[in-house]
Design a protein around this ligand. Structure first.
Ligand SMILES: Nc1ncnc2c1ncn2[C@@H]1O[C@H](COP(=O)(O)OP(=O)(O)OP(=O)(O)O)[C@@H](O)[C@H]1O
Ligand SMILES: [Mg+2]
Length: 234
């Protein structure tokens, strides 16, 4: 569960464009790491049920933006509104954080939590449904340390979804997914978006890849938000 707050890190008297539909609302947010710019005057919001892709080259500020959304970083200036504590956020980190000595299946079993499920059977059913959609039912017994990047990423995404979040925040590893793997992952994200109103925030350096999927694209360049829209002209 992520802490909530309308966190006023620096008082701004500017008129706010915040609406009650916004899960996240960032107003004029800047982050600095010493003299390095992480984010610069970013204005950004996410509504419930949206799919948002955050794109930009390495160093553009994608991870920094996700960390601000998740509450892992507080901005140096600007304002952040995050969802209240009834909203559950699952994060998939850029380094995936899977357990190498366990099999794929055990990495998933590891995150069984009875507070999200009526029974173990219901949890197992979710695993099998998700594994089937991403096409890995025959690979669940592979040890994680022997899995390729695509399989690792699929396990990390499934694991995040097994906690039945309202929002998934995913920082795609720099090694790009191939189109076919990406398509399968977006199949489940779209399914959960429709079925459970899952809000998806996905950072990727590969804008050509994410352009293939439906969702809003937000493009960062040098810490600045330079584009936000559904049709991508960048
Ligand atoms: N903890 C930190 N300390 C110092 N500088 C940092 C730190 N985190 C990020 N930066 C710098 O802030 C800028 C934005 O970094 P960020 O990690 O957000 O980029 P990114 O778009 O996620 O890049 P990548 O695609 O490589 O993951 C970069 O110049 C980076 O070097
Ligand atoms: Mg990053």
């Amino acid at each position: 569960m992520i802490n909530t707050s309308f966190n006023r890190t620096q008082t701004s008297q500017n008129r706010s464009n915040y609406t009650s539909k916004n899960l996240f609302y960032l107003e004029d947010v800047s982050v600095k790491f010493g003299s390095t710019v992480g984010l610069s005057h970013v204005q950004f919001s996410v509504e419930r049920g949206e799919i948002v892709f955050i794109t930009g080259v390495s160093g553009a500020g994608k991870t920094t933006l996700l960390k601000v959304l998740a509450g892992d970083i507080e901005p140096d200036s600007g304002r952040v509104k995050r969802p209240d504590s009834t909203i559950f956020i699952s994060q998939v980190f850029q380094d995936l954080r899977v357990l190498g000595n366990l099999t794929c299946r055990d990495n998933l079993n590891f995150c069984y939590d009875p507070k999200f499920y009526n029974s173990r059977k219901e949890f197992d059913k979710d695993i099998m449904e998700l594994a089937r959609i991403v096409g890995i039912t025959d690979r669940l017994d592979i040890k994680m340390k022997n899995a390729n990047g695509g399989l690792k990423q699929k396990i990390a995404i499934i694991r995040a979804l097994l906690s039945r979040p309202d929002i998934i925040i995913c920082d795609e590893p720099t090694s790009s997914l191939d189109s076919e793997s990406a398509r399968k992952i977006f199949d489940i994200l779209n399914l959960y978006n429709i079925k459970r109103k899952l809000t998806v925030i996905w950072a990727s350096h590969n804008k050509e890849l994410v352009k293939q999927f439906s969702g809003r694209i937000v493009h960062l360049d040098g810490g600045k938000l330079v584009y936000s829209g559904h049709a991508c002209f960048i």
